[in-house]
Structures are given as C-alpha cells and as structure tokens.
Design a protein around this ligand. Structure first.
Ligand code: HEC
Ligand code: HEC
Length: 549
C-alpha cells in the first residue's frame, strides 16, 4: 500500500512540476522584477553592466571623486547597501550647521587624480559626519509611490499627540528644476525624489563625471584655479550612446527595474504584531501601493509593496547626523526601508550598529532610536518588553530579506535546505516556526504543493541519476531513496561516497583525508556539501564503515 501511494505522488510531482504550477516565488534581492518585458529586461541588463563598471579618467572620472563606479559602494546586492561611507564637513555652532565659507557643498570628494588637486577638510571646519551607503533597492517601485500618499500620512505638528511628527521633505528634481516640488524619498535625508536625479547627483558627486543634470565639475574645495590645472576632459563628460542613452539613463534603468526583496514568511508572524504594538510601524510603515499611473510600466504600476518606511523626516534627537541639507534640519533623518534588513551590516547612517549577530545589531540600532528624538518612546517600549516578545520582534525583522526555502539563511536554496525541508515534510507549521519558510502556499502544512515550488527554487544541480524518470529530489522525498550524506542525490548513485582514498572500503584509511581537510570547503570530505568538513561528515563516514557495495 505504502509503496503504491508513493509511486502515485511521484507521478503527480513530476507532471505538476513540469507544468510549472508551483506558487510564484519571490525573487532574490537585487534581481530584476520577474514581469519585465524582454525590452525592459535588456535595459536592466545593459544598465547593470555599466553600474558594475569602473569608469576611467579618459571617460571623465575625476579629477576629484570618491570611487570610480557605483558598485564600489552599492554592492550588497549590486544596487543595494554597502559598508563604505562618505564624509560631510562644515561648521556647527549651537547645533546649527553651515557650509565652510567659500565651499559649494558639504560632501567631501576624498580622492583625486593627483596630489595637487586633492580636496581636504579645511581648517575652518569644526564638524564632520559620515554616511553609510544606503539603498532602498526596488527604486522604481519606491519612486512610483504617489507624493500625495506620502503627504497624506505626514503629521508635522504632531496633531494626534503620539510624539511622532514626520514631515515630507519637499524637493526639486534635477530633471525638472522649474517643475512642482516633489516628495523626497531617497537618501538619509529624503533629499532626492527621483532615481534619475540621484543618478545625476551620484555620477558627478561620487565619480566626478559631469552630466546633463549636473554639468559643472566639482572643484577641490571650490578652487576653480586648481580645477583648471587638473580637469583635462571637456564637459559634458557623460554623452549619449548610439541608442541615445547616457550613463545616467542606463544606471537609472537598472535601478528602477530591481525587484522588491523577499519577505519569508510573507505575513502572519507574531513579531510583526509586536512591531506595531511598540510603535515601530508608525514610522516604518509596512505597506504602500504604487501609483495607478498609465505612464508607468505595468511592472511598476498599482503594485503592493512592503518596504517598512514612511519616507518622512523625523527629529531623531541625538541620532540625527547634525547636517542641514536642503529642507532637512540637523537632527532630522528619513525612516529607512527595512526590507532586506537581515543582510544589513552595518546599520544606521553612521554605521554604529555593526558586527556581532543580527539580533545584537538590530538591538543596538533600536536602542540608538533613544535620546531626545521621536523614536525614544518605541525604543523604550522595546527595552521594556519581556525577552520572549523581543525575540519575536527580532525574528520578524530577520524575515525581511529571507528567501523562501532558505532554511539556513545563506541566501541560496541548496542541498542543506532540502535536508531541512525533508525533515519538515508532512508536518504542520505556522508563521512563527522556522519551517514556515517551506510553507509557500501558506496552508499550514509543508506538503507536495510546496515541494513543487522547492523544485523551482532549488539551485544545486537537479538530475535523475538512477534514470527512473523521476527527479532525484522526488526519489528521496517521496520514494524513500536513502540520502545519508544529504546532498540531494540518492546514495545509490554514489555508492561509496565516503571511500575518500578509493580503495574499495570505508575504513581508517579514509579518516586521514577527512581529518586533514577538517573545516575546509570545496573538498571531497565535505560529504554533505554544507560548506565545511565537520562532525556531520564524520558521522556519515562512520555510518558507511565497511566494504563498498
Ligand atoms: C563612494 C560611495 C558611493 C558611490 C561610488 C555611489 N554611491 Fe550612491 N550612495 C552612497 C551613499 C553614502 C548614499 C547615501 C547618501 C545620502 O543620503 O547622503 C548613497 C545613496 C544612493 C541612492 C539613494 C539610496 C536610497 O534608496 O535612499 C541612490 C539611488 C544612489 N546612491 C545611486 C548611486 C549611483 C547610480 C551611483 C553611480 C553613479 C552611486 N550611487 C555611486 C555612496 C555611494
Ligand atoms: C520616529 C520614527 C521611528 C520609529 C518609531 C522607529 N524608527 Fe527605526 N529608524 C527611524 C529612522 C529615522 C532611522 C534612521 C536613523 C539613522 O540612521 O540616523 C531608523 C533606523 C532603523 C534601523 C536601522 C536601519 C538601517 O538601514 O540602518 C532599524 C533596524 C530600525 N530603525 C528598526 C526599528 C524598530 C524595530 C523600531 C521599533 C522598536 C523602530 N525602528 C522605530 C525611524 C523610526
């Protein structure tokens, strides 16, 4: 009986998987929106290539700059955040920030084509602050949130008396400077409203490439005479290619078409309720719907996204960076998005919540919301929570950026995740259990429908090593084929995997090669392919002791 039941479900799985009836999976952070047209995908790829390229001085990079390419800072994933910071300098008096007299901006360009041209923090400056590379990812979707929707939730005078008074940072765009004010949303101070504006800004201010939106070269400490000696490439340096797109257009295409990062489980964690209860969601607003604007691409239009930000400026008290920028005051910061938080290190604008474990980082970041700012009450409420609820909140934050089926959280769905799936198969689950990452159709049980999705998500090679017409993973999961080493390939296909010295038997002679590569990756003794040779592999070896079959 058992056997025939297994055979039936095997057949179901193989046909269903090929019919691609699996639930739609969430894309990985940094990948393109899955519904792009082929033409849009081509723009994404062309833009990604330029975004990943270091520009040369001959292309206009420099003479003063911070890095030669976008990817040098926005690396995790490409287009995302990174640990590199930039420096702003100026003068602070009684908490009021101003530019050093004679300077044109507060951002330092730390590198130069020659020592003579180098920009330096002038002696008159008494203040410097760093800013870590941030990223909203999914820039096109964030850009497509209507200004009016952001404005609708601002509360500049704290009319509801909850101690939180976010306000819109109204700004001009570089591409339409005479046009209407727009709701800023990008940058630590929400100082930029559109992706194209940021591309123009970063291309000149980080890389020293003049472009149609920022046509004037930065001079070292605004010294035009010095600039004249060092700037050898005529402006504009960023000129359109054969298809009519400049570099700033290309990198904008790439950024606009990046997908929203995954969140797994998609909903229902107890920690999200705690997140709301202690007031996090007042600023880290979970959900938005993009504009239903016919001018937008279908992939960006009318979409529900969950970035966990209100895109408003808040007085963060001592956590503010002390820089006044456009309409944003010294202590004001924009609520950052929290999607993809689980990979972020360091956190906060100055990178002070860094290293340690994810739990220690977020706990440090929350504690920093404290002194004298609008975040103080929720930081205090978090600190007062019983430990079990704090853990629930941290577990929820850890779901932001987690890939479906990625049980070990390494950002990929591989054999080790299949082993965990196999252990959970057939069992009930709920959003607060680790096995929730497997319940893709969210019906409360890890079952055959979820297995079909796993086959789609699986990144290790999938085969039919015993040529029985069934995927090897299905053989193991449903057909009961042994897979002692947990590599997703039935043991019968690799009869003597633990015979490391290939002498026809598993014995003491195989212990040497195993112990000699203990802790190493990509070696034969890593029998279960979990990234290092460890006790599990030793267990497999001992379990197979004796002559090879
Ligand atoms: C030297 C490092 C560095 C380089 C190079 C760099 N950036 Fe950035 N980027 C940053 C930092 C730091 C911020 C935060 C800036 C702020 O808020 O003041 C940022 C912010 C951004 C943002 C806004 C992120 C958000 O969602 O709030 C965009 C968009 C962006 N950069 C695009 C680019 C592009 C396009 C390039 C290449 C042309 C580029 N950057 C090159 C460091 C860099
Ligand atoms: C008053 C609005 C507000 C409230 C309430 C609030 N935050 Fe924040 N949060 C911010 C702002 C603004 C920042 C950026 C501060 C900075 O780096 O200067 C931030 C930063 C963070 C960061 C770091 C993100 C990154 O990319 O570096 C985390 C994590 C975070 N908040 C989680 C929480 C949690 C959890 C709660 C509830 C306990 C909470 N926040 C409550 C506004 C708020």
């Amino acid at each position: 009986m058992r056997r025939s039941a297994a055979v039936v479900s095997l057949a179901v799985v193989t046909t269903a998987a090929t019919a691609a009836s699996a639930q739609t999976l969430q894309p990985k952070a940094g990948s393109p929106i899955p519904t792009l047209t082929p033409a849009q995908l081509a723009l994404f790829e062309a833009g990604k290539a330029l975004y990943s390229t270091a520009m040369t001085p001959a292309q206009g990079m420099g003479p003063i700059f911070n890095k030669a390419g976008c990817m040098s800072c926005h690396a995790n994933p490409l287009g995302g955040w990174g640990p590199i910071s930039v420096t702003h300098f100026g003068i602070t008096e009684n908490g009021m920030f101003s530019l050093v007299p004679g300077e044109s901006q507060s951002l330092l360009q730390a590198f130069a084509s020659s020592e003579a041209c180098k920009e330096r923090i002038p002696a008159a400056a008494n203040f410097a602050a760093i800013r870590i590379t941030n990223s909203s990812l999914a820039f096109g979707l964030v850009e497509a949130i209507p200004d009016a929707a952001i404005a609708a939730i601002e509360d500049p005078i704290d009319a509801d008396g909850d101690g939180i008074s976010g306000r819109v940072h109204w700004v001009r765009t570089l591409e339409d400077p005479a046009g209407p004010l727009r709701a800023g949303r990008f940058g630590w101070k929400a100082q930029v409203a559109t992706v194209l504006s940021f591309s123009g800004d970063a291309t000149r201010n980080e890389m020293g490439i003049t472009n149609r939106l920022e046509p004037l070269e930065n001079a070292p400490n605004n010294d035009q005479a010095k600039l004249a000696q060092c700037d050898t490439v005529p402006d504009l340096e960023d000129v359109p290619d054969q298809q009519g797109y400049a570099f700033i257009d290309r990198v904008t295409h790439f950024q606009r078409y990046i997908a929203a990062p995954p969140q797994t489980p998609r909903a229902g964690m107890a920690g999200e309720t705690v997140f709301a209860t202690v007031g996090c969601a007042k600023c880290h607003v979970p959900q938005w719907t993009t504009a239903n604007d016919p001018a937008l691409e279908d992939s960006l239009r009318g979409k529900v996204i969950r970035p966990y930000s209100d895109f408003l400026l808040h007085d963060m008290g001592l956590l503010g960076d002390g820089v006044a920028q456009d309409g944003a005051r010294e202590p004001e910061m924009r609520t950052p998005v929290l999607w993809n938080l689980r990979t972020r290190d360091p956190m906060l604008h100055d990178g002070t919540a860094a290293g340690g474990t994810f739990a220690s980082r977020v706990t440090a970041a929350i504690a920093a919301h404290g002194p004298f700012g609008e975040g103080a009450a929720s930081a205090e409420a978090f600190a007062q929570l019983p430990p079990a609820q704090r853990a629930q909140l941290v577990a929820f934050l850890d779901s932001l950026g987690r890939l479906e089926f990625d049980a070990d959280g390494d950002g990929a769905v591989r054999a080790a995740d299949f082993v965990a799936f196999r252990a959970a198969y057939g069992q009930a689950t709920n959003p607060d259990l680790p096995t929730a990452v497997f319940d893709i159709d969210r019906n409360g049980v890890v079952n055959a429908a979820d297995f079909q999705s796993l086959l789609v998500a699986y990144e290790d090679p999938q085969g039919d090593c015993n040529r029985n017409g069934t995927n090897d993973l299905a053989d193991i999961l449903l057909g009961g084929a042994p897979d002692a080493d947990g590599n997703g390939v039935p043991d019968s296909c690799i009869p003597c995997i633990a015979d490391l010295n290939r002498d026809g038997k598993v014995d003491g002679g195989d212990l040497g090669p195993m112990l000699g590569t203990w802790g190493m990756a990509d070696v034969p003794a890593d029998l279960n392919h979990d990234g290092d040779v460890n006790g599990i592999d030793l267990g497999v070896l001992l379990g197979k002791w004796g002559p090879c079959p």
